[in-house]
Unconditional design. Sequence first.
Length: 376
Amino acid sequence: AMLADLLWSERFWFPDNVTWNDLFADTDFESPSNGPRFAPRPRHLCAAVAFGAVIHLARRFIEHSALEPLGRRLGVAGMSASATPAPPANATLEALYRSAKRRPDSSAMLAAASQLDWPVRRVERWFRQRRNSEKSSTLRKFVESAWFIVYYCVALTCGAAVLLQQPYFWNTRLCWLGWPYLHVTWPVRCYYIGQLGFYLASLYSIFHDVKRKDFFEMLVHHLVTVWLVAFSWCVNFVRIGALVLLLHDMVDPPLHLAKCLGYANKRPACDCVFFVFYIGWFVTRLLLFPIWLIRSASMESWAELGPFGAYWAFNGCLCVLLVLHVVWFYFISRIAWQAVTHGQLQRDTRSESEMSADEGCGAQGDHSGKNEKKDR
């Protein structure tokens, strides 16, 4: 009971003189048809789980029926061409492989060789084969990125069609004026719950997709996004939340298109799309996001509502997203700098991270390749 009281504390969620009853009250305020105002409720979030399941199944169907054949038609290498079979099972070496983060030092290898009565070269070969067995095929990466192109293009089109018609797109103060008595139109509801379903599906699939070095950052990003969308739905911050989703979707299609072109060895086109993505990232996520949306969520909401617990939580999560954008922009800038100094896009220093090496355009060999040469 104490936990429930804390979780639904009106002192945290709302400013003074606002309660859950106010949020869920039936009223005509700002209802476009003089009908009952639609008030988001926590139970509506169950629909997002259903949306997520449908999106996940749709992804698997589209990948196998359309995107994988497309990749093969474009000459992208498949699993059979790039995957290495795992070495014979060995509990001792497997435990060392996990504890040493895939690359034990020479003393650990020597100790393992002595324990197993193996030659050191055999132990080194086992670890090399074990690392190679975990590499993802180029085709798998292509299919994964192609799916994101499909989804983000659909989401961006639907979001623009829905939100460009809303007055608060052009005047963000309307996201707060009259809160919590704000009507949520049917198209905005579908867009918002659908986006939450997608991020729930992504939160599940991130553990099964291609493993990248920025896995932790991506996991934090998905967790923060799911929390933000669900939280903003419950307290009817849907207007500002929908604008945040739309803005973030703008640069995802060129990002994944550049990856796919890199996998298909279309280097000039990949370079061009990458720089479109680079400029788009800077403009949308480092300029518009803080100047347009974080400013509205922090300053305009303060002017209209004043500070309260949910205000700090919501803006804190937006700031976490901004920090992640800055970190990723640093890595993206390193790729762009390599492109300027070497004449084409080089290996991303994050290896299999967001615009990674073999995914990046004009990859000239990756870090893992260099490590394998050392192994040899």
